[in-house]
Design a protein around this ligand. Structure first.
Ligand SMILES: [Ca+2]
Ligand SMILES: [Ca+2]
Length: 251
């Protein structure tokens, strides 16, 4: 018999649990955890990655829930999108995504926006947290090659748990990284600065912004960006208009 101590209502209670029951419970939670870890699905947020002001308790309203999209099959067109995405984040162009890429992108954004030291450090911490999350794709990795990324991407994006639980967190992280003043909206300047930091040609930023700003309010909301990202990652139609939200498609 296992004894599980459970503190509740100020009382320490001892619950008698049959060993099999305890083991089953332990195994199922471990398996769930392992499943998540295997596919690199553990987003890591630093204390600085807080929801932007005005977004607290905001539940992302997807126009189409990620789980409603059919599984991606990994067509050549889809692989082009993933290569495009990968190359945005390979800021120094050495064909690997490393922590350095995120550090460089933070510095580029700080320079572009002329951020003070405090904001620059905040940006750096955010980008490092993005690297921590990205590097989970390959546990313990110090770098991820394009080939490795493309190989694991379909598996990751087709995981129900990824679509249901992790993708919204990635949307939130992506949004927070772009919303530089944390007012809960992405302005044109913020988008331009982020595009610059990820090597997306500046002239493309306007087109991408107009595409993502669905209601033409002049700002991108988290729901709007969530839709754009879901369309980008979970569709394989070469004519989908959201194909270019990370710039012109790579070869
Ligand atoms: Ca790189
Ligand atoms: Ca903003």
């Amino acid at each position: 018999m296992f004894k599980i101590f459970n503190a509740s209502r100020g009382l320490l209670r001892i619950i008698q649990v049959h060993p099999c029951q305890a083991l089953t419970s332990l195994m199922s939670s471990t398996q769930r955890w392992r499943k998540v870890v295997q596919h690199g699905l553990v987003p890591k947020f630093s204390p600085l990655i807080l929801p932007a002001r005005g977004l607290k308790n905001h539940v992302i309203q997807f126009r189409k829930a990620p789980v409603e999209y059919p599984p991606v099959t990994g067509t050549e067109h889809w692989r082009r999108k993933m290569r495009t995405f990968f190359r945005c984040f390979d800021v120094n162009g050495d064909c690997y995504i490393t922590k350095e890429d995120f550090v460089i992108s933070a510095k580029r954004i700080a320079d572009y926006m002329n951020l003070n030291d405090e904001r620059a450090e905040h940006m750096l911490n955010q980008r490092i947290a993005m690297w921590d999350s990205t590097s989970k794709m390959k546990e313990g990795a110090s770098k991820i090659s394009e080939e490795e990324y493309l190989k694991s991407a379909p598996m990751v994006f087709n995981q129900i748990s990824y679509r249901h639980e992790v993708f919204p967190l990635h949307v939130s992280m992506h949004f927070t990284a772009l919303d530089l003043d944390s007012d809960g909206l992405i302005s044109r300047d913020e988008h331009k600065a982020s595009a610059y930091s990820f090597n997306i040609p500046e002239e493309e930023s306007k087109k991408i912004f107009d595409l993502l700003d669905i209601d033409k309010s002049g700002f991108i909301t988290i729901d709007e960006i969530a839709h754009g990202l879901a369309e980008f990652f979970f569709t394989e139609d070469p004519k989908n208009k959201y194909n270019v939200i990370f710039g012109p498609l790579a070869d």
